[in-house]
Design a protein around this ligand. Structure first.
Ligand code: ADP
Ligand code: MG
Length: 326
């Protein structure tokens, strides 16, 4: 995700997880928008419809800090001033540190400095191509997490090589900020779908039913019911091309710098914390079923996941099965 808008028509239609309308009572209003290079659908109880303009501000602020494409963003500045310190703020450092933490605990599967690699494959601009082994070798050094330097005291960051890319977690992060706002505004009920990352909030009696998109057909592969929290999905069908019969998609295995071939085609993560859930969906996609399951059970027993493999089998982790409904 998070391509420039100009290209976003290519692959989009991605409301991966579709909100099933059984729980959208008539006193809800729905707004639609384009943010962070993707679609936003925002449904809120009508008494709080004014909250949308605040959400819009939050998302534009995130874009100004974390977008690779916004020329005024901090990420853009850092990526384009290699070797130079760039003034950031505490929020930026917190997100950056979280992404580095995810890299450390995931055996490198999550990597926030893959920007040059995504570019080389054409996943940013839609000019898809298969880079040569030689080219990937040259990009290798830039994917080392040690290229990221943080000076916490003076709130500045520099990278020695490579390019930052927060596409693996920024939508989830945005949901966390939106959730804080909804709490503050005492919103009754709200459903946010930001490019397939979902947040449900409020009014817990009936819960929210969410359909998980089928990775290969139209329609859904499972339905879950949750009462609060976020749902993040990573799939090999979101941004991909096929060349000589091979599918190349945008989730990169940092050990090969090629699209991850872990036997997984879709991962859905259900988590209270949006940024964590988003990062984990990408991480589990790279780790694959066995390593992914071991990792999630060991590190995040409170987070549930549904992994779909190439044979379209569903693997339920940490009790995710209990969330499914007919
Ligand atoms: P999407 O954003 O398309 O819904 P994901 O949450 O899985 O799906 O994020 C994929 C995005 O994450 C890619 O577009 C890229 O920006 C970034 N990315 C790709 N591979 C990795 C990786 N191994 N670790 C961290 N981020 C990645
Ligand atoms: Mg993700």
């Amino acid at each position: 995700m998070w391509r420039k808008f100009k290209y976003s028509g290519i692959i989009i239609v991605i409301l991966i997880v579709s909100f099933l309308s059984s729980c959208s009572p008539s006193n809800m209003v729905t707004k639609k928008g384009l943010y962070l290079g993707t679609f936003l659908t925002f449904s809120i109880d009508s008494a709080h419809s004014y909250v949308y303009s605040k959400v819009s501000k939050i998302l534009n602020n995130i874009d100004k800090k974390f977008s690779r494409f916004n020329k005024e963003s901090l990420v853009y500045r850092i990526n384009n001033k290699k070797g130079e310190w760039v003034k950031v703020d505490k929020e930026f450092i917190d997100v950056l540190k979280f992404s580095i933490h995810m890299n450390e605990i995931s055996y490198g599967a999550f990597n926030p400095i893959l920007g040059e690699v995504e570019s080389a494959w054409g996943f940013y601009d839609g000019n898809y191509r298969v880079p040569s082994e030689e080219e990937l070798k040259e990009l290798r050094n830039g994917t080392n997490i040690k290229n990221i330097m943080i000076d916490e005291e003076r709130e500045r960051v520099k990278i020695i090589d490579g390019e930052l890319d927060f596409g693996g977690l920024v939508k989830g992060y945005a949901l966390d900020l939106i959730k804080n706002l909804l709490e503050k505004e005492k919103v009754k009920r709200c459903v946010v779908n930001l490019g397939g990352n979902i947040l449900v909030f409020g009014d817990k009696k009936e819960g929210f039913k969410i359909g998980i998109r089928h990775p290969r057909e139209s329609g859904i592969i499972a339905k879950i019911r949750i009462f609060s929290g976020t749902v993040a999905t990573s799939g090999d069908y979101e941004n991909y091309f096929i060349k000589d019969g091979v599918r190349y998609h945008h989730i990169i295995d940092p050990s090969t710098l090629k699209p991850a071939k872990s036997g997984v085609i879709e991962v859905t993560v259900i988590s209270e914390d949006g940024m964590l859930g988003d990062a984990l969906s990408t991480t589990l996609f790279v780790l694959g079923i066995e390593k992914g399951e071991e990792f999630l059970k060991g590190k995040y027993p409170q987070v549930k996941a549904i992994i779909v493999d190439e044979g379209l089998n569903k693997h339920f982790i940490n009790g995710a099965m209990d969330l499914t409904v007919p």
